[in-house]
Design a protein around this ligand. Sequence first.
Ligand code: PMP
Length: 364
Amino acid sequence: MKSNHTNLRIPGPTPVTPEILKEMSRFMINHRGDEFRQLIESVTERLKTIYETKQDLHILTASGTGAMETAIVNTLSPGDNVLAITIGAFGDRFANIAEIYGADVTILRSALGESTDPDKVTSVLNNNPNIKAVLVTHNETSTGVTNDIESIAKIVKQDFGKLLLVDGVSSVGSVPLKTDDWQCDAVASASQKGWMAPPGLAFLSFSLESWKANASSTMPNFYFDLRQYKKYMEIGQPPWTPNLSLFFALDKALDLMLREGISNIHLRHAETAQKFRDGVQELGLKLLAKPESASDTITSVLLPDGIQAKDFLTIAKTDHNVELAGGQQSLASKIFRIGHLGLVSDEEITETLSAIKYSLEKLK
Ligand code: PMP
């Protein structure tokens, strides 16, 4: 049953192929030289293609949380009224960041395992005319639920004209998110998710509307001051020393992604997710998410009564070399999660489902 390396079925870091990893062993280059200018310009352009945006996009040496913080501290001011739509741990994190920087945050929360009802967004915005910006998670990794961002964006942008900041960390590059068509003002993502690169780079698209908000934003920032990124990008440089090795890896990963094609990638993720959902249900297990909002990048499965999450995860790992993720916070003892963003082979799907089957049997 054991393969040479772990079948890494957590929702990031995701598996990285040897050809992408090999890029990380390249010699260092001058990040203020021509070679890096060409690299950052080409990587940025290709990220924009996958983001479906023609507006600005900046690459940060940070994890996804850094990009979420960047979106907030470059558009808002202390005391601003903000609506945070949360359906789990990462929605809570987005709200938290805004609160820590002094925003006045109204929370719209859904039960864990559910997506946001767009009508509720309309009603909160109707009742709170002072709200300036809306924070929302596209794909909530802690529950495996995807929000209907297209409908939410229509309300936020077309009906109310508010700023829309999106956590797309576990969605962009894996499932459809049309940054410009849906008028998302800032979308955060991170290299260790569907991008097939190691952790350490974060991406943030930033619309003209966001730049308008930036002109009057007074939240403090330094490392994440996007004006610096914009100014330096004019000469093909980042303001601070970037993680060069990760740029080399991402360069390769983007080549592979664009060779496959964005719509093929989306289709592959939808098909893989369906195989996992069908497979666990055939084992008699129940899913946390409803079919209409189940994520195509992460599947949350309810643990049968009497099975301890820790024991189950340990057996899957030690006996079958399959690394699954547990639940977070109040879901810790209730679910386990299967990550299926980025690269997943049919063999890994079969191996994962069989690890789940045999680990549960062993514990019964
Ligand atoms: N948002 C979502 C939806 C995520 O899945 C994650 C990472 N699991 C984050 C934010 C935070 O990203 P990072 O750990 O890269 O800071």
